[in-house]
Design a protein around this ligand. Structure first.
Ligand code: HEC
Length: 109
């Protein structure tokens, strides 16, 4: 085989390899697009722009929801009021570093 022919084969196979790479790469991209499209169709409109609330999650995550309701995370987010605040707000007072702090209620607040 002449040097010239060897070179031709080398260039030929290199460009074939490059074309194959480009082909596979572009196919991969197309596939991704199709998959994402069909995925979002299956799930409905997954771009919710509103607060769905914990009850929505509890439909599927009942066990996790029950545990969460007993947690400090849940209680920390409760609306403050006589039934939820645990500290004694019945006109209690304490002094810390010379500063007197009073805990009291103003009506329901
Ligand atoms: C229609 C049923 C459904 C609803 C409603 C739902 N989930 Fe899920 N959730 C799942 C499933 C199924 C998985 C497991 C997915 C997986 O492993 O691929 C999951 C996984 C999760 C995970 C990951 C858990 C882990 O261990 O990796 C979190 C966090 C989560 N959900 C939070 C929520 C929250 C918060 C909500 C409410 C806004 C919610 N989910 C609503 C079905 C649901």
């Amino acid at each position: 085989m002449s040097k010239f022919t060897k070179r031709k084969i080398l260039i030929g196979s290199a460009s074939a390899y490059l074309s194959l790479c480009l082909f596979l790469f572009s196919c991969g991209n197309e596939e991704d697009g199709v998959n994402n499209e069909s995925r979002s169709k299956d799930l409905g409109d997954n771009r919710l722009d509103e607060y769905v609330g914990a009850a929505t999650c509890a439909e599927c995550h009942a066990e996790a929801h029950a545990k969460w309701e007993e947690s400090h995370h849940y209680h920390a987010m409760e609306i403050p009021g006589p039934g939820t605040v645990r500290a004694d707000f019945n006109n209690t007072e304490f002094v810390h570093y010379g500063i007197t702090t009073k805990f009291f209620m103003d009506g329901e607040k």
